[in-house]
Write a protein that binds this ligand. Structure first.
Ligand SMILES: C[S@@+](CC[C@H](N)C(=O)[O-])C[C@H]1O[C@@H](n2cnc3c(N)ncnc32)[C@H](O)[C@@H]1O
Length: 162
């Protein structure tokens, strides 16, 4: 019984602590994942960052297009699942367990996020400070308050930083 309570407690902690640093886990629908990647429109060998990669669904779809992709995930259980699911694409995918706000981002051409409203302006500042330009941001569901999207489709918003 104490072990079970410990496991349940750890799971509640893993899934709730991220609320202080970003959105809770909710996977993007498959149709929107493919639309997001179409909008990102990278070349094989380019790098996509996914800030909060959940179970690795987007990482796999991006790797299948021949892109390199780095996914950050704060929840250790989801980071482990994403890492296991993407082992097959090891040359293309890197899963980093940790808080993407505090990480040094590698060079990249695009970013995908599914966050929450309260984090979108902070994300804009972080991209201005940390991204190599030009870089494209595709955000599912939430917009950056201070910017006009370059395009939008199926609930996805595209921004370009030059
Ligand atoms: C709404 S889910 C989206 C998952 C995935 N990107 C998708 O679209 O299917 C947000 C994910 O971001 C993770 N997350 C939230 N804040 C984070 C942070 N500061 N650093 C790393 N991961 C974070 C959550 O644990 C969750 O898995």
């Amino acid at each position: 019984m104490p072990i079970l309570l410990g496991i349940v407690g750890a799971l509640i902690l893993f899934f709730s602590i991220v609320l202080l640093r970003g959105a809770p886990y909710l996977p993007t629908l498959t149709k929107q994942v493919e639309t997001a990647l179409d909008l990102v429109d990278l070349k094989p060998g380019d790098t996509l960052l996914e800030l909060g990669c959940g179970d690795g669904k987007v990482l796999i779809a991006a790797a299948k297009r021949g892109w390199n992709v780095v996914g950050y995930e704060l929840n250790p259980l989801l980071a482990l699942i994403a890492w296991l699911r993407t082992l097959k694409y090891k040359g293309h995918v890197r899963v980093v367990w940790g808080d993407f706000w505090n990480k040094q981002w590698p060079p990249h051409q695009a970013i995908f996020v599914f966050l929450l409203d309260p984090f979108m302006q902070k994300l804009d500042t972080k991209i201005i400070q940390s991204s190599s330009k030009p870089v494209k941001l595709v955000s599912f569901a939430f917009q950056i308050p201070s910017r006009k999207p370059k395009a939008s489709k199926d609930g996805l918003f595209v921004y370009e930083y030059k």
